[in-house]
Design a binder for this molecule. Sequence first.
Ligand code: ATP
Ligand code: MG
Length: 612
Amino acid sequence: EPEPPADPLAQLNERQREAVAAQERAVAVVAGPGTGKTKTLVARIADMIEARGIKPAEITAVTFTNKAASEMLERLQQRLGGKRAVRSLTVGTFHSICLRLLTERRGEISLIDEYEALEIAQEVLEGLHTKISPKALLQEASRRKNGLTAGESPEGMDEACERYGGRLRELGVLDFDDLLLETLAELENDAEQGAAWTQRFSHLLVDEFQDINPIQYRLVRMWNRAGKSLFVIGDPDQSIYGFRGSDARCFERLEEDWPELRRISLLQNYRSTPEILRCALPVISHNDGPERMLLPQRPSGATVRLLTAESDLSEAIFVAKEINRMTGGIDMLDAQSLSGSSAQPRSFSDIAVLYRTHRQAQLLEKCLRKEGVPYLVAGREDYLADRSVRGTIGFFRFLLNPQDTASLRTWLRALEGCSEQEAGCIAAQWAASGPDGLSAPLLERIERYRPRAAKEKPAALLKKWGEENGLSAAEPFTRLTNMAAFHSDLFSFLQTLLLGQERDLVRSGGKSYASGAVMLMTLHGSKGLEFPAVFLCGLRRGCLPLESPGRPADIAEERRLFYVGMTRAQEELVLLTSQEPSSFLKELPEGAVETGAIGPKRPEGVQLSLFD
Ligand code: ATP
Ligand code: MG
């Protein structure tokens, strides 16, 4: 990496510079992938601080993931020369910013995660005679809190939602939706509080604005109501959270609420080769909307490949072997016989393997391990719902926040053999009389771990905890430990587990990744990122567009997901399909891809034992 230039506006094109310098009350940069929107946003913050003398304490930037927030802070720190300049900036996701605001306002708050919410939903439903599943209840409760009306509700849903809300209040906990709603309520009902918060939102910037939901939109409006500038960036073609209530029409609402809004578009794409854009643009053009244009700035590169495998298995085996070939790995002996191999071997971290659902990762992981490829997996995964993992997280969350009785209950139930009722009693006693409410052995554990929690790394704490509780050998617990290795303090680890978006939650594949690692993630998780080489897996019917029982696929949104995936690639894009190809593949322009078949014979050296 070359030294960043002193002038943050250097290295930007004219339009981008305009966006950085725009003085209008509200500015929206609406532009396609890889056009430098995020880069421009960062440059604008730097420019505000350096050239316009705006205090960092008056600037807030909202990102879609916590990872993106810390990367943004790092870049600014580099550019502005040191930590001090960025310390008072507010950068984070909607949820992390709201958590900070509410905690400042009310002291510690008990926030429950999706698993605790599921347990509460289950408990609520047990008392009702209904066929509603806990998951369906949570989805509906969330829709209602977000002001979305879904047609007819099944019988009993009204009551279930009511009871769920009541139970949360009884327990004194907030779920993720409440976190935003409560913040909004503070703003709307308490003018004084609103005013106190206004200052830090004087200059508000929002990345990935296309994925904002109605509540988040209201937060933006309230936060910046008395502010000086609003700067949002996004791309309606990359709106991929419609199922969660996000709505790309927020750009239009913006125009209504800020009639003086200035719109800026960017056309130059600095990310991908012309070959890649030539595939991506015609696909997204099948969605309604104005004509899409991206002007490739990169030199011409490799042709996009579309490969058909006989099964998911042979697809995964191919990916693993191909990665080894591209990185000059153990298959180097065969490399000479392969045409089209890039002159320079890639490093593992240049490569991403993307898929529609987490479930697809399993097979890929097995094949990558078999081939000795180091990898990282990003995303929320099933193991986080495991009992021992829940109990562990509960214990450590309680340790850091003694007011978090929801976590105390989770720990007691999952690992200390308490029934729901016993755990509830102990938690109530604790809330009323503190340490006197706990038995000696429980208290001893807490007292023993408390001083260590502040000093030791989460991985070391978990190791000890695992041994003490006989969890070390359990697969889900091991995965949790693999994730802990990425964090240097317990608080940030637990915070990530609690508030983490797809990309925030990363675990290693168990192998050393000193030389970098291939990134495995869902299409959703890949938003905003870029990689020199990208594999898109499972582009077959049922998988993309994803067909799930009881919910018709939103074809336009699935197409946007495919578009997001393709436009992550900088130099090399490999599309993989098997069985019946995805209907989207027909939308690739003729002659733009090189097609081929994988198999049919099982590649050498891969035995069935792989899947024992
Ligand atoms: P997405 O919609 O996927 O989030 P984006 O519009 O935010 O994309 P960035 O991630 O900011 O795009 O930029 C894409 C790449 O292009 C980055 O590697 C960035 O450094 C590079 N880039 C952006 N603008 C320029 C420029 N003017 N000159 C050279 N490189 C640029
Ligand atoms: Mg971006």
